[in-house]
Ligand binder design. Structure first.
Ligand SMILES: C[S@@+](CC[C@H](N)C(=O)[O-])C[C@H]1O[C@@H](n2cnc3c(N)ncnc32)[C@H](O)[C@@H]1O
Ligand code: SF4
Length: 378
């Protein structure tokens, strides 16, 4: 049992006030015929599906993601946390994060989330420029986003801000204003993503004109130097934190830890005697809820073959700037590190990875061309 990796719990809330034009996450416009109370009952039934797999294990972190979890009232979020605390083993100092959107949250709600046990708030600012927010199809203004951050700061001492860059028509001075506007509040953590055009989105169907590669690289460079000057450490491709304020939940993903995902479309990864199993729940909320109550919420479940484990491991671990130890590779995959020796040597030769003192680490170029690095393990 001691050999099992740390365990996290992900809770998916699949509704938003309105769908953003770039978003491919499992999120749907909130409808009045949906009962949040029924969905919470489904979540509670869903975690019971995993009882046998997790009842003897400690849940180290919880993450309410979406969609927009802040469309749910604190009392409902509290019901889920309490259920987990009372019926499973939730670590006493578990990091419990909730994603909140400006335009779907306010100070009263923030106080409520804090009271019911949420101790880390993630605020989706994206950009502070109204005309860019409008182009993205966001429901809030820049002022509302900054106001949400300012209110959150009075209640939470662990805050993440999500920003995006390389937005349609975005200029470098606008990005700098986003950064300075957010950094004024000294959030403990920043997640800064380059906008990607995903299939099944409005932007995929009607592609906007994006900054070219040179401008996008210049933006990336500006971000890295500005946040570095402000005392943030880039510990993952898109994640920056103040010392000791990394996101433990995400680090567990990147270190190939275990997680149970409850909610529509949620993914789980669990290690056991039979190997590593991946599971996905039905994506469509109504189908998922019906499935939970009739004992049929799992869309797919499969054991990952040992030949796929190195790829799966490195797909996560090589996102971390500090790299990972060979020892962790062996613990998480159950394979000796020499099965990837020739691949690591080939990548070292191409200047994409270093492997010394038993630490496997992407180089700066390797980080930039992560997909190419991963091809090596396919
Ligand atoms: C699961 S989303 C939900 C967060 C929350 N609903 C919100 O919109 O603020 C998490 C983050 O992923 C990022 N994201 C979503 N779609 C993206 C895309 N196509 N390209 C880059 N980042 C994206 C956004 O920064 C977003 O805040
Ligand atoms: S980006 Fe966030 S708010 Fe927008 S649709 Fe996706 S999950 Fe919902």
């Amino acid at each position: 049992m001691n050999l099992l990796p740390p365990l996290s719990l992900y809770v998916h809330i699949p509704w938003c006030v309105k769908k953003c034009l770039y978003c491919d996450f499992n999120s749907h416009p909130l409808r009045s015929d949906v009962s949040p109370e029924d969905y919470v009952d489904a979540l509670i039934n869903d975690i019971e599906v995993h009882r046998r797999q997790i009842q003897d294990r400690v849940i180290q972190t919880m993450f309410f993601g979406g969609g927009t979890p802040s469309v749910f009232e604190p009392v409902l979020i509290g019901k889920i946390i309490n259920y987990v605390r009372d019926n499973f083993t939730l670590s006493i100092d578990a990091e419990i994060t909730l994603e909140a959107n400006p335009g779907a949250s306010d100070r009263i709600k923030f106080e409520g989330y804090r009271k019911v046990g949420v101790n880390r708030l993630s605020i989706g600012v994206q950009t502070t420029q109204d005309h860019l927010l409008a182009k993205l199809g966001r429901v809030h203004s820049g002022h509302e986003a900054i106001n949400a951050l300012s209110e959150a700061k009075k209640i939470f001492d662990n805050i993440n801000v999500d920003l995006m860059f390389a937005l349609p028509g975005q200029r470098i001075d606008e990005l700098k204003r986003d950064l300075s506007g957010v950094l004024e509040f000294v959030p403990e953590h920043l997640s800064i993503y380059q906008l990607t055009i995903e299939p099944n989105t409005w932007f995929y169907r009607y592609p906007p004109k994006l900054p070219d590669d040179d401008l996008a690289s210049e933006m990336q460079f500006e971000i890295e130097s500005i946040v570095d000057e402000c005392g943030y450490d880039q510990y993952e491709v898109s994640a920056f934190s103040k010392p000791d304020r990394q996101c433990s939940h995400n680090i567990n993903y990147w270190k190939f830890g275990d997680y149970v995902g409850i909610g529509a479309g949620a993914h789980s990864k669990l290690s056991g005697a039979e190997g590593v199993t991946r599971m996905v729940k039905y994506k469509q909320p109504k189908r998922y809820m019906d499935g939970v109550f009739s004992g049929d919420a799992i869309l797919s479940s499969q054991i990952i073959g040992s030949e796929s484990l190195p790829f799966e491991f490195f797909m996560n671990a090589l996102r971390l700037n500090s790299g990972v130890s060979a020892d962790l590779f062996e613990k998480r995959t159950g394979l000796p590190v020499n099965v990837v020796d020739s691949h690591l040597k080939a990548l070292e030769k191409r200047g994409l990875v270093t492997f010394s003192n038993s630490v496997i680490k992407p180089t700066t170029t390797g980080m930039r061309f992560l997909n190419e690095v991963l091809q090596e393990f396919l």
